[in-house]
Design a protein around this ligand. Structure first.
Ligand code: PLP
Length: 452
């Protein structure tokens, strides 16, 4: 379909406005402005309507190997020709899903060896909620039902995962509440919540706040703690190094499962295959999605330890959970090829030792700007925290729309970033170059100047 034909473009825009309900979007805004229809995406760039944009968000933090890769197109065509679809219920599998499960088990830290496939990060997290309940029931401890999540977290938008989130409008707009079976602990968000404590002291303090929640609820009632190693969506919150080992120790001591939501951080984003390695801890269960296929196909994985798998598989009885497209051949084939590309091009090492440190140094140079309170970076995920007063860390009221303005000023200069409250989030593809990072930082400084 050629979008260079103005009539076709306008027809598509009209259809979109009339019939397409967009996720996480104000429908009024879609009605007012003609949607930007993307024509093509290649490498780190998307183009449409004669505009070329450097995508410093890799879509939604997923297109790690870059857009439009020929090898991925070839694999997709071959997978569709070979086996366009078959389910994986009963003892039926397909070569791609079997090989992918094995690959994930080989790469995953510790004994995270058993993989369940779904389509999205939300489904992966909801799957683990259910597997945690199942695990404790099969261990004869059905009272362990409470889940502990944290402020500033994001785990998904299904009914169950929504209730885990730190994003209140997401819960309240639908008349939901946290419920007694979901408890929120504080985030290890030192800049906003650290008070007078040094970052490493605060890391231990924030972990101990989880322990207090476990003790208050009674460890016999708590199924799991679920947490993102780096809180991405709500502002790229990079925890102090002291935090994660202490959380893991506390969970072990109180016999509470630890679920690492590695939907964003998995597959190299923080400079190791998994952020558990970056932050020095081992979870009992983890979820993977975005970077699993670099967004080339919807696929996610819920991975559990041998011990959990033994309990779940140790009794006969059907696992009453699954999706029509669990282990989809096309999505699995694309995920396998994506992982192969990350390996052969050595992106994980590059993020850890080259492009990641370059990105961190370049972005940190913005900390001298009067609008910038803090720049946080882990590998290739970063948050630029805006502040009204750098000394007191006072924030702009959200109604002031400062962050949206900065992001808009970046966009008109050819750069896609993502506003999250008072934080500008950047999560570029791994194929980003040094020159593109220089461009990114230059644009961000101009956008900040324009806003200040
Ligand atoms: N978990 C984390 C940490 C995420 O960032 C996201 C999405 O941004 C999800 C889960 C939900 O994934 P999905 O949008 O694929 O359902």
């Amino acid at each position: 379909m050629s979008l260079s034909d103005q009539a076709i473009l306008e027809q598509l825009q009209a259809l979109d406005r009339m019939h397409h309900l967009h996720p996480f979007t104000d429908p009024q805004a879609v009605k007012k402005a003609a949607p930007f229809v993307i024509e093509q995406a290649k490498g780190a760039y998307i183009t449409g309507q004669e505009i070329r944009l450097l995508d410093a968000m890799a879509g939604l933090g997923c297109v790690n190997i870059g857009y439009g890769r020929e090898e991925m197109a070839d694999v997709a065509a071959e997978a569709i020709r070979t086996l366009s679809y078959y389910h994986s219920f009963s003892a039926v599998s397909n070569p791609y899903a079997a090989a992918l499960a094995g690959k994930i088990a080989a790469l995953a830290p510790g004994d995270l060896n058993k993989v369940f496939f779904a389509n999205s990060g939300s489904e992966a997290n909801e799957t683990l909620m259910k597997l945690a309940y199942l695990y404790w029931r099969r261990k004869g401890r059905p009272n362990k039902r409470i889940l502990i999540s944290r402020e500033y977290s994001y785990h998904g938008s299904t009914l169950a995962t929504t209730r885990l989130n730190g994003n209140r409008p997401m819960i309240e707009d639908f008349g939901l509440d946290g419920g007694a079976d979901v408890i929120k602990a504080i985030s290890p968000f030192w800049y906003r919540c650290g008070g007078d404590l040094e970052p490493e002291e605060f890391g231990v303090h924030a972990a101990k706040e989880i322990e207090k929640k476990i003790l208050a609820a009674g460890a016999d009632n708590v199924a799991a703690v679920i947490a993102e190693p780096v809180q991405g969506t709500m502002g790229a919150v990079v925890p102090p190094q002291s935090y994660w080992p202490e959380v893991a120790r506390i969970c072990k001591e109180h016999d509470v499962l630890l679920i690492a939501d590695e939907v964003v951080t998995g597959f190299g984003r923080t400079g190791n295959w998994f952020a558990q390695e970056t932050f020095g801890f081992q979870a009992d269960m983890m979820t993977l999605a975005k970077g699993l296929s670099s967004g080339y196909a919807p696929i996610s994985a819920s991975v559990v330890s041998d011990e959990i798998a033994d309990v779940i598989e140790g009794q006969s009885g059907v696992l009453q959970h699954g999706f029509t497209t669990s282990g989809h051949p096309l999505a699995s084939a694309l995920a396998l090829k994506n992982i192969e590309i990350i390996g052969t091009e050595d992106h994980v090492t590059r993020v850890r030792t080259d492009i990641g440190p370059y990105f961190a140094k370049a972005l940190k140079s913005l900390e001298d700007h009067p609008l910038v309170g803090e720049v946080r970076v882990s590998g290739l995920i970063a948050g630029i925290e805006l502040a009204k007063d750098k000394e007191t860390r006072e924030q702009y009221p959200l109604e002031a729309n400062i962050c949206n303005h900065v992001s808009q000023m970046a966009l008109v200069r050819g750069l896609i970033v993502r506003p999250a409250g008072n934080v500008v989030v950047l999560c570029p593809p791994f194929v980003i170059t040094h020159a593109e990072i220089d461009f990114m930082v230059g644009v961000m400084r101009d956008a900040l100047d324009e806003t200040y």
